[in-house]
Design a protein around this ligand. Structure first.
Ligand code: SAH
Length: 361
């Protein structure tokens, strides 16, 4: 059987249209239904004339991912989608419905991650492989289709799921281009955010390529020794290099860079840490987002910062003149923190396999 063409590969789909000889406006209408309105495959195909519709449907792959599991939070507006690649690998995307009614979608860029952060469930898995552009984009469409049924849609796309986006840089750029393309998803660039563990050259390249797309840096400490302990990959990049990269991004972009700061009791959350962070930020256009630690099984030694300490930390930054927000952590009951649910699932599968039982028939 010849390989199918991915709906996410625009150039190949354009060639298929020419081969099947239907009008360009029909393809435009199909894409509007599929990408912009999230109406699903059947509604999209209905835009094609009879005769070519079946041929097109048989030659195009719409969903490279299958929905393995959907977990709606009972305490807040989070829904976790566990998705399966063709080879059976599991990844996740998290729908976050905020109280304002706006929806953000957290997407994965890799299966696993090479950064090995001790506090992160995905970091504990190691890296399996990069996702393809189609696999990243399909997360947006699958989430969009679920949301369309509620009369909502994905407003913001944030690269904060499994993986380090800049370790899959070419795919990331392809994905962002498709998200921005007027004939495809047509997202406003400011509604896209790329979060990175901090790869200085790549941050600058991304800012040049997409000057209006938002960038977030997972800083977590301004002490090299502490940062390296939390993020082993940080050993490769000095805090000075990172700071210079943020300064360069500020020159290229109008957007404020988001500095993410995971708060861990006794490790990086003292008032001295806050003052040193403020000093590190001096002269940068940055907004600080404090992240309460979401405990994972693999890191029983790490503890969440107490609320009072977190507020004191935030106050120091605000007094120093930095906009500081505290991330409201959604979906704790559905294990929505990066990689948690997939890790649990994968472990259950490994266990099932080692005991000779298969999970699915
Ligand atoms: N690799 C990218 C994006 C994925 S993680 C990055 O490092 O930014 C997205 C954010 O969630 C990062 O700031 C990460 O440090 C944070 N995070 C990971 N595990 C967490 C946990 N258990 N609790 C709270 N935040 C976590």
């Amino acid at each position: 059987m010849p390989e199918k063409t991915s709906i996410y590969d625009s150039a190949a789909i354009d060639r298929l249209r020419a081969e099947l000889k239907f009008e360009p406006r029909r393809l435009r209408a199909l894409r509007t239904r599929y990408f912009k309105k999230s109406l699903g495959v059947d509604a999209a195909l209905a835009e094609l004339p009879h005769g070519v519709r079946e041929e097109f449907a048989s030659r195009v792959e719409f969903h490279p991912l299958a929905v393995e599991q959907v977990r709606d939070s009972e305490v807040d507006g989070a829904t976790k989608l566990v998705l399966r690649t063709a080879a059976g690998l599991l990844i996740e995307a998290v729908i976050m419905r905020t109280s304002t009614g706006r929806v953000s979608l957290c997407v994965s860029s890799q299966v696993g991650c090479a950064a090995a952060c001790g506090f992160c469930a995905t970091g504990q898995m190691g890296i399996a492989r990069n996702l393809t552009p189609a696999e990243v984009l399909d997360q947006v469409v699958l989430a969009g289709e679920r949301l369309a049924a509620e009369g909502r849609g994905v407003r913001n796309v944030v690269f904060m799921g499994m993986g380090e986006p800049f370790h899959n840089e070419a795919v990331l750029y392809e994905v962002v281009s498709v998200l921005l393309a007027p004939g495809l998803f047509h997202y406003p660039p400011r509604r896209i955010l790329i979060s990175t563990v901090g790869i200085p050259d790549a941050i600058i390249r991304a800012a040049r390529r997409f000057p209006q797309v938002n960038l977030a840096l997972s800083l977590h400490s301004v002490r090299q020794s502490v940062r390296q302990r939390l993020i082993p990959l940080a050993a490769k990049y000095s805090l000075d290099e990172l700071r210079a990269a943020v300064a360069a991004v500020n020159k290229i972009q109008q957007n404020t860079v988001m500095v993410e700061y995971l708060m861990l009791a006794g490790l990086n959350d003292s008032t001295d840490d806050a003052r040193d962070l403020a000093a590190w930020l001096e002269g940068l256009d940055a907004h600080v987002n404090l992240i309460p630690y979401n405990p994972i099984n693999a890191a029983p030694h790490l503890r969440t910062t107490e609320r009072a300490d977190r507020d004191a930390f935030a106050e120091i930054l605000r007094t120093a003149g930095y906009v500081t927000t505290i991330r409201y952590s959604l979906g704790a009951d559905v294990a929505a923190a990066c990689g948690q649910l997939v890790q649990r699932e994968n472990r259950a599968r490994a266990l099932a396999q080692s005991t000779g039982f298969s999970q699915r028939s």
